[in-house]
Design a protein around this ligand. Structure first.
Ligand SMILES: NC(=O)C1=CN([C@@H]2O[C@H](COP(=O)(O)OP(=O)(O)OC[C@H]3O[C@@H](n4cnc5c(N)ncnc54)[C@H](O)[C@@H]3O)[C@@H](O)[C@H]2O)C=CC1
Ligand SMILES: CC(=O)C(=O)O
Ligand SMILES: [Mg+2]
Length: 373
């Protein structure tokens, strides 16, 4: 198969769809790979390394899209990229479609087969292609929150762990999945006072076993959520309903009653965000302030540590890229129901139920849509 890797163009996004090491695996299996020039340059993957792995280097994204049968990316395609998609393409990347109507419409119009990393599942019902970036973003969330708590950033002027004789800051993590667990680990490491909420008692049980009384685990209902958010210095939003728009758990009214200079880090912003006042920001301008509360809402947090993130992402995506390349998209998805769970848009039809529901669109099951390929 002909596999194309364009350079990422989202603001301060330096990850790349495939590393030279991953390209070598594909060329070794007899596939052809084309990489846009300088696609990995910012993170130390040169054009020469890609050529040594057997790839050809093309000058523009348009050349890559024209040549390739499958496009492997990191971030959801931007408008100029969507305009280059054709029905012959398989697109394999993060999509986060539920809160993104223009992207959904463009992918429908493209006729392409669009498989989203974030809804591919594994045998335990988890999300193996989201998990590595959630690990990165969860760890970064506490770093970003600590920085935002500094006075110069509009924060309360608190050090998360305090110092001897001065109490630690209170960190509240909403959602105890992969992002939440990694945020808790980092927050505990700083010495902060940590509370974590979830609706899944099993994950709270797990954290309770791991940390004992070093943290507080709390079942997430309206009363508990409000009480802890109002006491918080830093709140990390880490909830997910797979494929769907994030629930707005923290309302504008609650935010107006939070401590001035408190910080919200909305990691769930790529699914629309779980704070009512959240809107996506970029690494160039990561924060803004509403009612005295600092909001950090960067939708591609792992892009800031792009070398670590690219390698972690490739470890997870490569087996699926190989299946798609070796068998073709239709057969690979027919053979692997976990990969089929990734199918979001296929030949003009929305094939992921919660995306269709959130946008009032017709839904065709992924199984039925395979017949369209
Ligand atoms: N901004 C960024 O750069 C990045 C964002 N993310 C996003 O972070 C979010 C979380 O991802 P993961 O941790 O991997 O998901 P996950 O599925 O591992 O965990 C989500 C948790 O939220 C809980 N939850 C759902 N509804 C809830 C509610 N009403 N109250 C409390 N808890 C609730 C679930 O029970 C689950 O434990 C996703 O939206 C993901 O796309 C992930 C990586 C990077
Ligand atoms: C998961 C995601 O949105 C990211 O890595 O940017
Ligand atoms: Mg994102």
């Amino acid at each position: 198969m002909k596999i194309g890797i364009p350079k990422e163009i989202k603001n301060h996004e330096y990850r790349v769809g495939l590393t030279p090491m991953a390209v070598l695996e594909l060329t070794h299996h007899g596939h052809d790979v084309a990489v846009e020039t300088l696609a990995g340059d910012a993170i130390g993957f040169s054009d020469e390394q890609y050529q040594a792995a057997g790839a050809q280097i093309l000058n523009t994204a348009a050349d890559v899209f024209d040549w390739a049968e499958m496009i492997v990316k990191v971030k959801e395609p931007q408008a100029v990229e969507r305009a280059m998609l054709k029905p012959e393409h398989t697109l394999f990347t993060y999509l986060h479609l539920a809160p993104d109507v223009p992207q959904t419409q463009d992918l429908i119009k493209s006729g392409a087969v669009c498989i989203a990393y974030e809804t591919v599942t594994d045998a335990r019902g988890q999300l193996p292609l989201l998990a590595p970036m959630s690990e990165v973003a969860g760890r970064m969330s506490v770093q970003a929150g600590a920085h935002s708590l500094e006075i110069a950033q509009g924060g309360r002027g608190l050090l998360l762990g305090g110092v001897p004789g001065v109490e630690a800051a209170k960190v509240v993590v909403i959602g105890a999945g992969v992002v939440g667990q990694n945020a808790v680990a980092m927050a505990v490491g700083t010495g902060a006072d940590v509370v974590v909420l979830d609706k899944n008692v099993d994950v709270l049980r797990q954290l309770d076993k791991q940390y004992g009384n070093r943290i507080k685990t709390v079942y997430s209902n309206k009363e508990a959520l409000e009480r802890h958010v109002l006491e918080a210095d830093l709140v990390v939003g880490a909830v997910l309903i797979p494929g769907a728009a994030a629930p707005k758990l923290v309302t504008r009214d609650m935010i107006s009653r939070m401590k001035k200079g408190a910080v919200l880090v909305d990691v769930a912003i790529d699914q629309g965000g779980c704070f009512e006042t959240s809107k996506a920001t970029t690494h160039a301008e990561p924060t803004y302030i509403v009612d005295g509360v600092v909001h950090y809402c960067v939708a591609n947090m792992p892009g800031a540590v792009a070398r670590t993130s690219t390698m972690a992402l490739n470890n997870a995506t490569l087996p699926f890229v190989l299946q798609l390349a070796n068998k073709g998209a239709k057969q690979a998805m027919a053979d692997n129901p976990h990969l089929l769970d990734g199918l979001n848009v296929c030949r003009g039809k929305v094939t992921y139920k919660s995306v269709a529901d959130d946008q009032n669109l017709e839904h065709v099951s992924a199984e039925d849509a395979l017949a369209l390929i």
